[in-house]
Write a protein that binds this ligand. Sequence first.
Ligand code: PAF
Length: 309
Amino acid sequence: MKIAVLGAGAMGSLYGGLLAESGNEVWLLDIWKEHVDRINEKGLRIEGITGDRIIKNIKAATDHAQIGTADLLIVFVKSTVTDMAVKNARPVIGSNTVILTLQNGLGNVEKIEKVAGKGRVLAGVTSHGSTLIGPGHIIHAGQGDTYIGETDGSITGRLEKVVDMLNSAGIKCSPADNISSLIWSKLIVNVGINALTAITGLKNGQIIEYEGTSDILELAVSEAVKVARARGIKLQYEDPVAHVKDVCRLTAQNKASMLQDVLNKRRTEIDMINGAVVREGEKEGIPTPVNRVLTGLVSVIQETYDVRD
Ligand code: PAF
C-alpha cells in the first residue's frame, strides 16, 4: 500500500517507520527540512522498546506534489495546524485516498472533512508513546492499543484493510464502531497527562508519583468526565482516573507530546485538549476550574518562550 504520513513528528515517524518496515511504500511529509534530508540520506533510526535499528526503505518530502496520490493518508500533524496541513496535502489526496486521523484533541475530523469532503475520513486513537530525539531519530517509548473507525460507526472493507495493515506492522489495532467515544476517551487521557507534564517537566510515569500532580490529574480528569457524560458520550473505560493512571504507567518513560512541544518551544495543543474541555463545559453549564487553570498556565508558557532565559 502507498501511504503518506502527514506530519513526521514523534508519532508520525514511528507509524511511518513501522509501516515501511512491514513492506509498505511510505512517504513522510514534513516541513522540517533537516529531518526530511536526514531520513532520505541515512534512513530513520528507531530506538526503544521495539529495538534499535535504522529503517532505510522509507522516503520523506517537504513537497507534497513530489509523491503523487496515496492509497492512505495518515494525519499526525498537531491539531493546531490540521486545516492548513490538509489543504497543503491536496496533491496527495486522490479520489480513492482514505484519510486516517490519529491526532490528539477535539475537532480534527470536522476540519479534515471540510477540506477533503465527507465519507473520506477514518478516525482513531493510539496510546503509543514516541519521542523525537533529533533529525531522523526517534525513541519508541511506550506501546499501547490503537482503535480506528468510520465516522458513521459502520465496519467497512476499507476500515478492515487499514486495521489489518496496522496489525501486520506490529501496531496492535482493532476496528471500533463509535469514534466519538474513542476520541473523548483519548482526550481524557491527554487532559490528565499532557498539561501537567508540560508545566512540571516530568515524564508520564512521574506525575503519578507525587501527591500534588496526582491530585490535579484526578481533578482535571473528573471535570472532563462530567462534560463527556453531559454530552452523552459513553467512555471506553469504567474508571477514567484509574485508566489515565494506567496509561501513565504504560508510558512511564515517555515525555508527553505537550512536554516535547514546550521543550522545543513549539505551540502546544492545549486549546484542543484542556481548552476544549473548558469550552464544551461552558456549553453544558459545567464548571471546569482545574482545566481552566491548566489551560491558562500552558498558554502563558507558550506565549513567553522568547522572554524567558
Ligand atoms: O500526547 C501524548 O504524549 C500521548 O497521547 C500520551 C498517551 C499522553 C502518551 O505520552
